[in-house]
Design a protein around this ligand. Structure first.
Ligand SMILES: Cc1cc2nc3c(=O)[nH]c(=O)nc-3n(C[C@H](O)[C@H](O)[C@H](O)COP(=O)(O)OP(=O)(O)OC[C@H]3O[C@@H](n4cnc5c(N)ncnc54)[C@H](O)[C@@H]3O)c2cc1C
Length: 220
């Protein structure tokens, strides 16, 4: 199934810029030496959204503030899962949003679409069914323990797109593109599809710092 970025990603299209810039530069011939690994190992960080509704204790009619509760299920029989409770004004008093994360079963390949000037992904919901089942298992464990029922919102997209110019595939471990000396990728595009059952910002930041420490002194 070919899914356009616009339907898979909701509001996070801005996070594709490195992958899109490189794919577009390759397609237009602006940087012809860009390698064939560009676009590969793109992933959703295993993100799937659920809500827990009908909980007995109020989550507040107006839910605000930063996301502040993370939960992990390392005893999940399918694979480890992590969840972040995100407060939101969009749901009612007895509902809690839970964003699940896991290591995806299959990453995908991003390609540049000349017609739309966007990138497409051949990301497969079917191939990632075990991930979905693992997250659902943890959600059911949560409601069995403390009430409410699970609403599956997993079709809504990903919040943490990663990959497309990944280390070991398109770039070296110091972020330099294979075939493009002095062109470095230091952001989320370098991470292959998953930050390992966690929100990725700190992993992306730590990796960028690691690379900058060694690269700045080596720039030719
Ligand atoms: C609403 C929201 C909430 C989130 N919450 C969390 C969270 O709680 N925890 C977490 O871990 N992650 C969270 N994320 C995800 C996290 O923010 C991203 O994974 C992370 O910021 C990606 O880092 P990055 O450096 O790869 O890209 P970005 O942070 O998107 O940085 C890309 C930069 O490149 C710039 N840029 C783009 N195009 C060009 C261009 N052509 N020329 C020059 N500059 C350009 C952009 O302006 C931007 O500054 C959230 C994201 C959003 C949108």
């Amino acid at each position: 199934m070919k899914i356009p970025a616009s339907s898979l990603i909701l509001n996070h299209r801005e996070q594709f810029h490195t992958t899109k810039l490189l794919l577009k530069a390759k397609a237009s011939g602006d940087i012809p030496s860009l390698n064939d690994g560009i676009g590969k190992e793109w992933g959703t960080n295993g993100d799937e959204l659920f809500s827990r509704t009908g909980i007995s204790e109020s989550a507040g009619s107006v839910q605000g503030g930063p996301a502040n509760i993370a939960a992990y299920d390392f005893e999940n029989p399918i694979k480890p899962t992590g969840f972040m409770h995100s407060p939101t004004f969009a749901v009612g008093e007895s509902t809690q949003l839970q964003m699940g994360m896991c290591i995806p079963d299959q990453t995908s390949t991003a390609t540049y679409n000349h017609r739309t000037d966007r990138i497409d992904f051949n990301w497969s919901r079917t191939a990632n069914k075990p991930s979905h089942n693992a997250l659902l298992h943890s959600m059911n464990k949560m409601t069995d323990a403390s009430g409410g029922s699970v609403v599956d919102l997993s079709a809504t997209g990903t919040w943490h797109p990663l990959g497309g110019a990944t280390m070991g595939v398109a770039c070296s471990y110091s972020g330099e593109g294979y075939g493009t000396p002095n062109l470095f990728v230091v952001d989320g595009a370098l991470i292959p599809g998953s930050a390992g059952v966690a929100n990725p910002a700190l992993t992306i930041g730590a990796n960028a710092e690691r690379i900058m420490e060694s690269v700045v002194s080596q720039l030719r």
